[in-house]
Design a protein around this ligand. Structure first.
Ligand code: LLP
Length: 379
């Protein structure tokens, strides 16, 4: 199948299996049946993926006007608008969202100044440490995200004096979290605050636990924890998963351009680079790499891309069948933060995206960029 796709669409190409997205959505939904699953659009914002998740019943978590535009183009839905740096234009455009998650006192003041009548939630920073890469840990006091607990009273005064409509609380402590007890501490802290604020007379309705769920999460344990943490509470529970829904659905197909053997190190130079998939370079993320190769012999080899940076690698010292020019590789778990973090660095047109539909048929959902498109907005 990958061979056929590579022949038809060329490489590098992202391939997403919609059957896997559906499986993940249903798995999560089965343990938190009442909750709104607001897909974190930043993970993969292709319109076909948004439409597909919408058809399954998902809402959306967005962080920019561009993502809002995409979601509306895909048919809209229940939208959570998160993000630490929303512009005035973005705030104005947000009319109609389910909740605008506010991250600072300054943002509250601006919303009040602009006299926006929009439902808001406070994103709380619970100061909880998560065992994940520091760049994707967001729940610590030292991070730029959320409002620290002791500033919540001040936030409430701004809300009162500005007559703003506070509808909920949210948190998001990081990405790739599989430790249920860490999630429980954050969620419990949020529930406690939720009840406290309700007791002060605010009509809170939404308790948004954010995203960050790892694909390795023990879902049964997670489901029981949610039952326990939310027991007896009358509120709409929201999750904002990105990776959990789409990471495993995707592979990045790439072709070996050259081999290089410098005596001490072996490299396969492939046609996908850090501009296509930046996660290995940026977070030292490990992505399993498989080869479609005729060779029965194995070797240890480093897979690098063509971008002119030593940091442009996809996998270091991997045991793979002996590769030759033209062999095809696929890089697993690339459905989240792959294409959406890609760039045109080195003036490389961005990759093609292809879907495997529920019936197994193949459809191109984004054509490969052209050289003309690279310069289209430059006079
Ligand atoms: N909600 C909020 C407010 C977020 O900031 C994020 C991710 C999510 C939900 C979804 O998180 P997820 O369920 O996908 O872990 N580029 C990094 C991940 C950055 C996540 C940023 N915020 C990576 O490739 O690992």
């Amino acid at each position: 199948m990958y061979q056929k796709i590579a022949e038809k669409y060329g490489t590098p190409t992202y391939v997403y299996d919609f059957r896997k997205i559906k499986e993940q959505y249903n798995k999560l939904k089965s343990v938190v049946p009442e909750a709104l699953i607001a897909y974190a659009v930043k993970a993969n914002s292709n319109l076909s993926i948004l439409r597909f998740l919408r058809s399954l019943g998902a809402g959306f978590d967005i962080v920019s006007g561009g993502e809002l535009y995409r979601v509306r183009k895909a048919g809209g839905g229940e939208i959570i608008f998160s993000g630490v740096g929303k512009t005035e234009d973005e705030l104005r455009d947000a009319a109609g969202v389910l909740s605008l998650n506010v991250e600072s006192l300054d943002e509250l003041a601006l919303i009040s100044e602009m006299k926006l009548s929009i439902p808001i939630s406070l994103r709380i920073n619970p100061d909880i440490s998560v065992d994940t890469h520091p760049y994707i840990s967001t729940g610590l006091r030292s991070s730029k995200f959320g409002i620290p607990l002791e500033l919540v009273d001040q936030a409430l005064s701004i809300i009162k004096s500005g007559n703003l409509s506070l509808v909920g609380l949210s948190c998001h402590i990081g990405s790739h979290i599989s430790d249920v007890s860490v999630l429980k501490s954050a969620y419990s802290c949020l529930r406690e605050k939720f009840e406290e604020i309700r007791a002060c007379g605010f009509d809170l309705k939404i308790l948004d636990f954010g995203g960050g769920l790892s694909v390795d999460l023990d879902l049964q344990k997670f489901g029981s924890m949610i039952k326990e943490v939310t027991s007896g509470l009358d509120a709409k529970i929201v999750f904002e998963p990105g990776k959990f829904l789409v990471a495993e659905s995707g592979v990045l197909l790439t072709k070996v351009l050259y081999r290089k053997d410098n005596g001490t190190h072996k490299f396969a130079v492939v046609d996908a680079g850090m501009n296509d998939l930046i996660r290995p370079s940026l977070y030292d993320a490990y992505h399993d790499i498989q080869a479609i190769s005729g060779s029965p012999n194995m070797e240890e080899i480093t897979i690098v891309g063509p971008v002119c940076e030593t940091g442009c690698f996809l996998g270091k010292a991997r045991l793979l069948p002996v590769l030759k020019r033209g062999d095809l590789l696929f890089i697993r778990d690339s459905g989240a933060y792959g294409f959406s973090m890609s760039s045109n660095y080195n003036s490389r047109p961005r990759a093609c995206e292809v879907a495997i539909e529920l019936d197994g048929s193949i459809r191109c959902i984004r054509t490969r960029e052209s050289y003309e498109s690279l310069v289209a907005s430059e006079p």
